[in-house]
Design a protein around this ligand. Structure first.
Ligand code: AQP
Length: 330
């Protein structure tokens, strides 16, 4: 079976619909076809300042959400990144392989660093995509399900893998980004030309929101001055985004929704979408609560996952250390 690896940051109290539709839904589906490794990437989280207590809590909440969404620890290796030190170890090797120029071209760094004062931007934020490359390569993953915003990082990962292989002999698999076109980029409800993102919470539908709060956000989603419910990302980014979310969660094609809402108003669409979202998130919220009620059980699942992950990761790291000429400890 091909291998899949992906990660998500524990940087918010809840994942949002963009995370789910862009990535996590594919994580769940790929468990049937792939040998799956999924992690909560806490090392990535500290590239911006985190409150320690909050980080610990959010790491558990993140794992609980993954389980609630359908990640099955019997079929997938679910773990916390910092529990597997090989990520950071291979990360260093990759940093020494990556060029400063190529790292400087990463647009996510440019965007994220532009939002902070220059002296607060960490070197870790800059090297983040290189650690991400190590996350993927240490499992020799074939596929990486992510949203569109990660495409450039996957290209970098492939470049680094290729460079290592040609310099030291074939060691790494060249991974492919697995990006589902229809839901590759979910937009902010208040600003439907920007990505729905944890860092700009106004138009973000969180999975753990009270259903009433989600309904309110959907009701106040920015649309346009027309009345027609039609998919047109150029002229109607707001309505198109709502249609994409509606279609993905209900399994109804966008063309079918356009027909069903012919002659109806934006209010009708929003009201129905709020219901679809509520139906989706309600059981997820309940399951998350149950996992968080038993943190010892949750921690046990993560421990077993980390042990399984380490078995694979340590083998890769050993091969890498040998190839680059590190003297093995006697
Ligand atoms: N709006 C989105 N549409 C589709 N996919 C998305 N992803 C994130 N936002 C969208 C995908 O979710 C996965 C987890 O991403 P992450 O842990 O890197 O989260 P993030 O990128 O920090 O999430 P945000 O909300 O975008 O936070 P900021 O604002 O900090 O960057 C990834 O596969 C990502 O592609």
């Amino acid at each position: 079976r091909p291998r899949v690896l992906s990660g998500i940051q524990p940087t918010a109290d809840s994942f949002h619909l963009g995370n789910y539709l862009g990535a996590l839904r594919q994580w769940v589906a790929m468990q049937d076809t792939h040998e799956a490794f999924y992690c909560v990437v806490d090392l990535h989280a500290i590239t911006v300042e985190q409150d320690p207590k909050q980080l610990r809590r959010r790491t558990r909440v993140s794992a609980a959400q993954l389980l609630a969404l359908g990640i099955d620890p019997a079929r997938s290796t679910l773990f916390v990144q910092s529990h597997v030190p090989e990520h950071a170890q291979l990360g260093w090797v990759m940093q020494c392989l990556a060029g400063f120029g190529e790292a400087s071209r990463m647009t996510q760094f440019k965007d994220k660093s532009a939002r902070q004062a220059a002296d607060r931007v960490s070197v870790g934020l800059f090297t983040y995509p290189i650690l991400q490359a190590a996350d993927i390569l240490v499992y020799r993953a074939n596929e990486v399900p992510v949203g569109e915003d990660q495409r450039q990082h996957l290209e970098l990962t492939r470049d680094l893998a290729q460079r290592f292989n040609s310099r030291y002999g074939k060691t790494f698999v060249l991974p492919e980004a697995y990006i589902v076109k229809d839901t590759a980029k979910i937009y902010d409800l208040q600003d439907p030309t920007s990505k729905m993102s944890k860092s700009v919470p106004a138009g973000v539908v969180e999975l753990l929101d009270e259903p009433k709060a989600s309904a309110k956000k959907i009701r106040s989603a920015v649309t346009d001055l027309e009345r027609e419910i039609r998919y047109d990302t150029e002229k109607k980014p707001g309505i198109s985004n709502l249609l994409v979310i509606y279609s993905a969660l209900s399994g109804r094609a966008i063309s079918e929704l356009e027909q069903a809402y012919e002659g109806k108003g934006y209010g009708d669409l929003k009201k129905d979408l709020a219901e679809v979202v509520t139906d989706f998130v309600t059981p997820v919220r309940e399951k998350v609560r149950a996992y968080l009620d038993d943190p010892a059980e949750l921690d046990k699942i993560l421990l077993v996952g980390a042990e399984r992950a380490r078995e694979v990761a340590s083998r890769t790291l050993e091969a890498v250390y040998k190839r680059i000429g590190f003297l093995p400890p006697a």
